[in-house]
Design a protein around this ligand. Structure first.
Ligand code: 13P
Length: 248
C-alpha cells in the first residue's frame, strides 16, 4: 500500500514571515494525518520553513535544484545548500520551468541525479499540453518525459521517488482532469516505469496528480487506483483549502 503524499507548490508566492505563519497554523490542523504533508515555498523562505516545521509532521521541499555542486551558475541553488538547511523534498521539471526557463528532459535528468546525490526526495513533474492532448499524443509525451527523466537512475532510487502528473492545460486554469483521465495517465506512467525497471518498482513509486486540485475534487482524485496524492498550486496557498485537501 503506497502512502499518500500531498504537497503544496507555492510557486512565487509568500514571503518568509507569511511562510512561518502558514506553517504555524497548518501544523495543528494536520496533526495525525496519515499521508505525507509537504510545503514547497521559494528558496528564500526555506530555512525559516524548516525551522517552523521542526517537530511537526510537515516536511519542506524546494521548487528546483541545480545539477552542479557549486560554481559559476548565477542565481542557482545546489543540492548541498538545500541539504545543509534541512530540506527534504525537491520539485524538478515543473511545466512552468519547462515553459519559461528552458527546462528539458535532459536538464530534468541532471537535476534528478543531483537530488539523489544529496539524498533529497525528488518530485519529478511530467505532463502534456492541450495541443498534445488534442493531437492524441498524451501517452507519447508522458513516456518521453518519464524515460528522459529516469535515464541512468537506479531502481532503488526510482522506487522511493515521486512523479507528479500535471497536465499543463489543468494548471491554474480551474480545469481539472477527470478522475478517470488523471488515473489513466498515472497508470500509464506506472506502466512506463514497469517497462523500464520491474513490477515492484512500478508498484512502489508514488505518482501524484496536479492541476486545479481543490477541496471539492480531492477525494474523487485521491481514491482512484493509481493516484497517490496531489501536487497542489493555488489551493495550497489557502490554509483552509490546503487542510481540506490534505484531509480529503
Ligand atoms: P494549480 O493547483 O494552481 O492548478 O497548480 C498546479 C501546479 O502547478 C502544482 O505544481
Amino acid at each position: 500500500m503506497r502512502k499518500k503524499i500531498i504537497a503544496g507548490n507555492w510557486k512565487m508566492n509568500k514571503t518568509p514571515s507569511e511562510t512561518v505563519s502558514f506553517i504555524n497554523e497548518l501544523k495543528d490542523k494536520v496533526l495525525g494525518v496519515e499521508g505525507d504533508v509537504v510545503v514547497c515555498p521559494t528558496f528564500v523562505c526555506l530555512k525559516d520553513a524548516v525551522a517552523a516545521a521542526k517537530g511537526t509532521n510537515i516536511k519542506v521541499g524546494a521548487q528546483n535544484i541545480h545539477w552542479a555542486d557549486n560554481g559559476a551558475f548565477t542565481g542557482e541553488i545546489s543540492g548541498e545548500m538545500l541539504k545543509e538547511i534541512g530540506v527534504d523534498y525537491v520539485i524538478i521539471g515543473h511545466s512552468e520551468r519547462r515553459q519559461y526557463f528552458a527546462e528539458t528532459d535532459e536538464t530534468v535528468n541532471n537535476r534528478l541525479k543531483a537530488a539523489l546525490k544529496y539524498e533529497l526526495k525528488p518530485i519529478v513533474c511530467v505532463g502534456e499540453t492541450l495541443e498534445q492532448r488534442e493531437a492524441g499524443t498524451t501517452n507519447t509525451v508522458l513516456e518521453t518525459q518519464t524515460v528522459g527523466a529516469l535515464k541512468d537512475i537506479p531502481a532503488d532510487a526510482v522506487s522511493k521517488m515521486v512523479i507528479a502528473y500535471e497536465p499543463v492545460w489543468a494548471i491554474g486554469t480551474g480545469k481539472t482532469a477527470s478522475s478517470t483521465d488523471a488515473n489513466d495517465a498515472c497508470k500509464f506512467i506506472r506502466s512506463v516505469v514497469e517497462k523500464l525497471y520491474n513490477k515492484e518498482v512500478a508498484e512502489n513509486i508514488r505518482i501524484q496528480y496536479g492541476g486545479s486540485v481543490k477541496p471539492a475534487n480531492a477525494n474523487e482524485l485521491f481514491t482512484t487506483t493509481d493516484i497517490d496524492g496531489g501536487l497542489v498550486g493555488g489551493a495550497s496557498l489557502k490554509i483552509d483549502d490546503f487542510t481540506a485537501i490534505v484531509k480529503y
